[in-house]
Ligand binder design. Sequence first.
Ligand code: PMP
Length: 287
Amino acid sequence: MGRLVYLNGALVPRDEAKISVFDHGLLYGDGVFEGIRVYGGRVFRLDEHLKRLYEGARAIRLTVPLDQEAMAQAIWDTVAANSHLTDGYIRLVVTRGVGTLGLGPTLCKQGQVIIIYDTIALYPEELYEKGLELVTAKTVRNHPDALDPHVKNLNYLNNILAKIEGLDAGVVEALMLNYRGDVAEATGDNVFIVRGGVVQTPSLDSGILEGITRDEVIRLCRDKGREVQEIRITVDDLLAADECFLTGTAAEVIPVVKLDGHTIGDGKPGPVTREILADYRRLTRGE
Ligand code: PMP
């Protein structure tokens, strides 16, 4: 069977999944989205992703045209319609909808819902073994009073510009600081460090997205009795750490071994990171 995309209530072949050029998601980045993994045919943490999407939509006063139950059903239907993929990645997008050439949201009559189910590989597999290198981006993460990073909205230009800085420097990921100059997150992942066996991650007031993988990792650690601190983290803290890793739905758990050319710890993925990575794989894949 060909690949099908959900578009406003219908499952259509991907070549026919088209929306208007007047959609305000395209014209202004006006909308919200989620990235969700499917493991072994099961949608991972769907309730958490839908909760974040609907809260984000409320925050930007966007009415999602389906209720949460109907949205969950639409997602399951899309996965079922693409049964050649038992493991994959769902991109759920809700835009403000079709309007006119003015940014007023009231010009849009109805939000549009897009659900794509495909595969994703954010980083080369070998980096999960060797660890990746980051550079600190000059592009600062959006000020929370300008565009709240808690809302997973369609404005990713901030993150894309940081990603370009990383690519220009010859690495695949960049570290973003918040307006105070503290560590916020990577361009599409949350950041963790390990110091003396204690796991630390920027607190929610650090201008970050509250990652669902971040929450899972915190829970996995605490379940094992490992201390986790959600605190303010500086670049110096990161450089002084024994270990560093990133978390995200697409990235899962990936070690970081260098920042701006400086080696973190002994330059290899550390034991705590490797343990968390193994625990996360066990949780998601039953490995
Ligand atoms: N931060 C940003 C900016 C993101 O876009 C994402 C999701 N790709 C994350 C963190 C990680 O969030 P989650 O674990 O919910 O995927």
